[in-house]
Design a protein around this ligand. Structure first.
Ligand code: C5J
Length: 227
């Protein structure tokens, strides 16, 4: 008879979040040079990328603690095949960015797999055995094998960090919630180019009795992880 996994409880909003390490994945969304460093996709859209860089130490701290606890780690990267076959023209042609997806920039072709800008920042580089999901869209389930990866590992809960809060993070949380996952978003482990959008997204996620999920500061999560 196998023992029941130990349940950990995080003080969270709108109420406590309970999870077991055995059935929970830490999902780190799109902490790529293209979003966080000058000269990438984020900056071509006119954004101040320093806002996003500010959360790197927090994400590093939670990742280190999660790795030490032996939990499953999943990283995602937004990007497209070099021939752009998985990039809808509407995504590439929308707006008036300085450079479009696929154009040559200071970190290689913008948002293209294998280019320097597409890489996860070195501070958060995946280690052997960690899953990396390449995604063509904003949500991490659309057009990827993430659902199958989670199912194969018996994952029922997701603890999420990354960028940007109201775009790829929120889209992924909504996709996950519709698939039945209980999700906790780490408040200081996510950021937006627009602080007001971050706050609004956090409020929307936890409203109506955790209609999309829970939110909690990293300190509350770190306090319950085994040392
Ligand atoms: C965006 C993302 N903002 N990772 N991507 O286009 O949030």
């Amino acid at each position: 008879m196998s023992a029941e996994p130990v349940l950990l409880t995080v003080p969270a909003q709108p109420f406590e979040y309970r999870f077991s390490l055995a059935h929970t994945a830490l999902v780190i969304i799109d902490m790529q040079r293209d979003f966080i460093e000058p000269g990438g996709f984020g900056e071509t859209l006119g954004n101040d990328v320093s806002l996003l860089a500010a959360i790197v130490p927090t994400v590093q701290r939670v990742l280190a603690a999660w790795r030490a606890s032996g939990g499953c780690v999943i990283h995602t990267r937004e990007g497209h095949a070099p021939d752009l076959s998985d990039c809808p023209p509407a995504k590439r042609l929308r707006g008036e960015p300085k450079l479009r997806i696929g154009d040559e920039g200071p970190m290689g072709r913008i948002l293209i797999q294998g280019e320097p800008g597409h890489a996860i920042i070195p501070e958060l580089a995946p280690t052997d055995g960690e899953v990396v999901i390449d995604k063509p869209g904003k949500g991490a389930f659309y057009g990827t094998g993430l659902g199958e990866v989670l199912e194969a590992r018996g994952i029922t809960h997701l603890i999420v960090m990354g960028v940007t809060t109201e775009v790829c993070v929120q889209t992924t949380l909504r996709e996950a919630n519709d698939r039945g996952y209980d999700c906790l978003l780490v408040e200081d482990g996510t950021e937006s180019y627009f602080p007001a959008f971050k706050e609004a997204a956090l409020a929307m996620i936890r409203a109506q009795g955790a209609i999309v999920g829970w939110t909690a500061p990293s300190a509350s999560l770190l306090a319950v992880l085994p040392t």
